[in-house]
Design a protein around this ligand. Structure first.
Ligand SMILES: Nc1nc2c(ncn2[C@@H]2O[C@H](COP(=O)(O)OP(=O)(O)O)[C@@H](O)[C@H]2O)c(=O)[nH]1
Ligand SMILES: [Mg+2]
Length: 370
C-alpha cells in the first residue's frame, strides 16, 4: 500500500516538473520539487536494496586496490581479464544471469590490483533486472571502474551511466565542496567563495530549506542543482571510470578516432584495445595504475639495502601512519620514528613522525621499539 503511494508521489512530481515551464519565476519551485523527488527516489532505492538481492557478490577485497570491470555481455571482459590477470574466466556465449563475478589479480609497477569481472550490467539493472543490483552494490565498493564497450557498436555509455546514476553512483564527478554549519536560529544563510554560474544563492537557499532549518551554507564549488541535491542526500558514491574500447581489430582507424573523440568530449578517459590480439594492453595497465593515484615507497630496513624491487604501494596523500598500518599490525604501536629520503624529505634521512605525508618514490626506514 505504502509502496504504491510513494511511486504515485514520484510520478506526480515528475509530471509537475515536466509540465512547469522553467524560468526565473518558477526555478525555486522546481528546485524544491527536485529535492522532494530525490528523497522519494532514495526511499524506493533503500527499500529495494533491503530486499537481500543487493549484497554484492560477496567477494573479498584483496591487493592494493579493486577495479570493477563492467559492460554488456559478449564485449570481451573475460578475454581481457584472462589476459591481464591470473584469472581463468569462461569466454563466449552463455546466459549472463547464471554467472558470478570473477576476481583476478593484475601485477603492475609493484602493485597488486584486483580486477572483478562483473557480469550482467544491462538496461534496467538499477531496477533489479539481471543481477543488476549485485553489480551495482559491487560497484559501490571499487576504487575504479572500467567500462568496456565494443568498437563495432554504439557506445552505450548513456545507458550504463543512467543505470549507475539511478543507483546513486556518480561517475567522474568530484563530491561538491560545501560546508554546513547548523545554528540555533537565523534561518538559512548562503555564501559562496567562487562565481556561481548554474544557480544563484537564492535558489541554493530554497533547495537547502528542504533539508535544513537554521544554518550557514558555504558553497566552494560552482555547483549545479543536481549536485546540491546529491550533497544533501549524502549516500552518493563518487568513482572514476576509464572507458575501454575493445575489438578495435574489427574497425577502421577512422571509425576508431570518431569513437575516441566522442568519449573525450564527455571529459572521460579512454583507451583502445584488442583483448584478443593483445593490442593496447600496456597502455591500459598504465592508465589503471595512474588513475588509482598510487605512490611507491621503497623500504630500507635498518642496516640493509633499499628494496627497489617490491615497493610498498599506498594511496596518494598517505602518511607514515598509513605505511605502518599496511606493513605490520604491530608497527604503529611500537613506532618510535621514521627516516625518509626522496621527494617528500627536506633533506636526506630526515627524521619524521607518523603524520608525515609520503610521496612517490620516497625511501623509508621505520624505527620501532623492541
Ligand atoms: N575480434 C575480437 N574478438 C574479441 C576480442 N575480445 C574478445 N573477443 C571475442 O568476443 C567474444 C566474447 O568474449 P568474452 O570475453 O566472453 O566477453 P564477455 O561476455 O564480455 O566476458 C569471444 O568470442 C571473444 O573471443 C577482440 O579484441 N577482438
Ligand atoms: Mg564474461
Amino acid at each position: 500500500m505504502e509502496t504504491t503511494s510513494v511511486e504515485k508521489q514520484i510520478k506526480e512530481i515528475e509530471d509537475e516538473i515536466f509540465n512547469t515551464q522553467k524560468n526565473k519565476a518558477t526555478e525555486h519551485h522546481i528546485g524544491k520539487l527536485k529535492a522532494k523527488l530525490a528523497k522519494l527516489r532514495d526511499e524506493v532505492e533503500k527499500r529495494k536494496s533491503a530486499g537481500g538481492k543487493g549484497k554484492g557478490f560477496g567477494i573479498k577485497k584483496s591487493g592494493d586496490a579493486t577495479v570493477g570491470l563492467i559492460g554488456f555481455p559478449n564485449i570481451g571482459k573475460s578475454t581481457l581479464l584472462n589476459h591481464i590477470t591470473d584469472a581463468k574466466s569462461r569466454i563466449g556465449n552463455y546466459d549472463f544471469t547464471t554467472i558470478d563475478a570473477i576476481p583476478g589479480m593484475m601485477k603492475y609497477n609493484g602493485a597488486k590490483i584486483q580486477i572483478l569481472d562483473l557480469p550482467g550490467l544491462i538496461a534496467g539493472a538499477s531496477e533489479g533486472k539481471g543481477r543488476g543490483r549485485e553489480v551495482i552494490s559491487a560497484v559501490r565498493n571499487v576504487d575504479l571502474i572500467i567500462f568496456m564497450i565494443d568498437a563495432q557498436f554504439d557506445d552505450n555509455l548513456d545507458i550504463m551511466n543512467k543505470e549507475l546514476y539511478n543507483a546513486g553512483i556518480r561517475l567522474n564527478q568530484e563530491k561538491p565542496d560545501i560546508v554546513i554549519k547548523k545554528n540555533a536560529r537565523g534561518g538559512i544563510n548562503v555564501t559562496s567563495t567562487v562565481k556561481l554560474t548554474y544557480m544563484d544563492e537564492s535558489l541554493i537557499k530554497a533547495i537547502s530549506s528542504e533539508y535544513l532549518i537554521n544554518a550557514d551554507v558555504v558553497v566552494r564549488d560552482n555547483i549545479t542543482e543536481d549536485q546540491l541535491i546529491d550533497f544533501f542526500a549524502g549516500n552518493r558514491t563518487y568513482v572514476s571510470v576509464i572507458v575501454v574500447i575493445n575489438k578495435i581489430d574489427l574497425i577502421s582507424e577512422k571509425e576508431l578516432q570518431k569513437k575516441i573523440n566522442n568519449i573525450k568530449q564527455r571529459g572521460w578517459k579512454t583507451v583502445a584495445i584488442s583483448a584478443l590480439r593483445g593490442i593496447g594492453i600496456n597502455k591500459l595497465k598504465e592508465m589503471i595504475f595512474s588513475e588509482l593515484n598510487f605512490i611507491r615507497v621503497y623500504m630500507k630496513p635498518v642496516g640493509k639495502q633499499v628494496d627497489f624491487n617490491e615497493p610498498l604501494i599506498l594511496k596518494k596523500g598517505s602518511t607514515i601512519e598509513h605505511a605502518c598500518t599496511k606493513l605490520h599490525r604491530d608497527f604503529k604501536r611500537k613506532f618510535r620514528y621514521a627516516s625518509v629520503s626522496g621527494p617528500s624529505a627536506k633533506h636526506d634521512i630526515q627524521k619524521v613522525g607518523l603524520e608525515h605525508v609520503l610521496e612517490d618514490e620516497d625511501v623509508l626506514t621505520i624505527i620501532i621499539s623492541r
